[in-house]
Design a protein around this ligand. Structure first.
Ligand SMILES: *Cc1c(COP(=O)(O)O)cnc(C)c1O
Length: 432
């Protein structure tokens, strides 16, 4: 099937269809199939929306049963059984065992909706305007979320000044020698710094879109302590790294953090259905009824699959342990690949099943992604210049498929290095 209809009818804003030019039709687990029957191994997982794979059978069954009995689909925020069941399950399986008593806000179905709600609320709670965000942060594409996002290209799309935020250096931004927490501390303390006391700090534990920049756990803990010291609220955007991507359900558990507000979306429905949550410590839950809302905040089909995903995958710690084990498998595989192709100058980084290779030559990752696609592997790039090859298979991918994906990356990298040597035109990849 040709891609003509996409070229003729869809806006030029389209992105991933350019990098992965196939018409997809069916999917199961870690595998996608196009209309011509070609199979692709998915190391992208819809940007970590599909942590439990495509169409997980137990979730599909729960969904079909619910639809078949005419379960309610849309309900704004009227009370529905599906929503009650989801909240109770989320409380019992996720919040309570971790000692969290956060209230659950349903801000509208996308990640950026969750971030906008968080930004509004921290301003309302503190009466302050500024929010500190970090270099290479990504928090979404609406204006508030863009104002705390680093990427110049995405920011420029706003077409107006993005204000009421201050960018601070993320962990390691100035290299290993500089502790950026000390830098931020100094900026906040110094009455001559020009930095007003902010309402909050918003951070990702691993900056996925920003190039798989992994924050040191102690740095995160120090950042939280800084927030407490200056009475700034502490927001963790766990939209992409939450729901088990790094191992534990929340990516901040390993650092022992206690965020005031947590943003969740992407894999929370477990099935690729839109759903987002903003989790709020009870003392900060000071909204007026209806002060923030969204038409699709009551997406009951997503509640059904979300509750089922928690029952199926989070009744014990086996998924977490498997993710940590498989993440190490990926890391070791990438280290071997990097060592085998020293000319590519690749360095490996990541946490859990979010692993990546950063290349010194910024065109390399895009070229590898393109050649991997031709070999039947879907894998994307990230970072300000698309210089990072980002591996995010579904958490349920088995060892054999992980190995298969690594072999394709190895072959694609060999091809990219060979082409590089021949000084051919590098391929630039358009992202998002
Ligand atoms: C994807 C993402 C968002 C935005 O989510 P959308 O559903 O695309 O609006 C925000 N923050 C992080 C960390 C993300 O990965």
């Amino acid at each position: 099937m040709s891609l003509d209809v996409f070229e003729q009818l869809e806006s030029v804003v389209r992105g991933y269809v350019r990098n992965f030019p196939a018409v997809f039709d069916r999917a199961q687990g870690a595998w996608l199939h196009d209309v011509d029957g070609k199979a692709y191994l998915d190391f992208f997982s819809g940007a970590s929306v599909l942590n439990y794979g495509h169409n997980p059978p137990e979730l599909k069954k729960a969904l079909i049963d619910y639809i078949s009995r005419d379960g309610i689909t849309h309900s704004l925020d009227m009370a529905s059984k599906a929503k009650a069941d989801f909240m109770q399950t989320f409380h019992d399986r996720i919040l309570k065992p971790r000692g969290l008593n956060h209230k659950i806000q349903f801000p509208g179905p996308t990640g950026t909706n969750s971030v906008e709600a968080a930004l509004k609320l921290v301003r309302k709670v503190t009466g302050r305007e500024k929010v500190i965000s970090f270099t290479n942060a990504f928090h979404g594409m609406t204006l508030g979320a863009l104002s705390v996002t680093g990427n110049a290209f995405k920011r420029a799309g706003a077409g107006l000044p993005l204000t009421h935020s201050d960018t601070m250096p993320f962990y390691g931004y100035f290299g290993d020698e500089v502790d950026t927490i000390e830098y931020i501390d100094k900026m906040l303390q110094d009455q001559g710094s020009g930095v007003d006391l902010p309402a909050a700090v918003i951070v990702e534990t691993v900056q996925a879109e920003g190039g798989v920049n992994v924050a040191d756990l102690k740095w995160l803990k120090d950042l939280e302590a800084l927030c407490r010291r200056y009475e700034m609220l502490f927001i963790v955007d766990d939209i992409q790294m939450g729901c088990g991507r790094t191992g534990k359900f929340f990516s901040f558990e390993d650092a022992g953090l206690d965020p005031d507000i947590i943003c969740l979306s992407k894999s929370i429905s477990g099935y690729g259905l839109p759903l987002a949550l903003t989790l709020i410590k009870p003392e900060y839950d000071i909204w007026e009824p209806g002060e923030h809302n969204g038409t699709f905040r009551g997406h009951n089909l997503a509640f059904i699959t979300a509750a089922e995903s928690l029952n199926r995958f989070w009744s014990d710690d086996s998924l977490s342990r498997e993710t940590e084990r498989k993440g190490e498998l990926m890391r070791q595989g990438l280290l071997q690949i990097a060592a085998k192709h020293p000319d590519a100058k690749g360095t490996v980084r990541g946490r859990g099943m979010m692993q990546a290779i950063h290349f010194e030559n910024i065109d390399m990752a895009g070229t590898v992604s393109k050649h991997a696609f031709q070999r039947g592997l879907i894998i994307e790039t990230s970072g300000p210049d698309g210089e990072v090859l980002k591996l995010m298979p579904p958490l349920v991918t088995d060892d054999a498929d992980i190995q298969k994906g690594l072999e394709i990356i190895d072959a694609a990298l060999a091809e990219a290095v060979r082409l590089e040597g021949r000084d051919s035109q590098p391929v630039r990849v358009i992202r998002d």
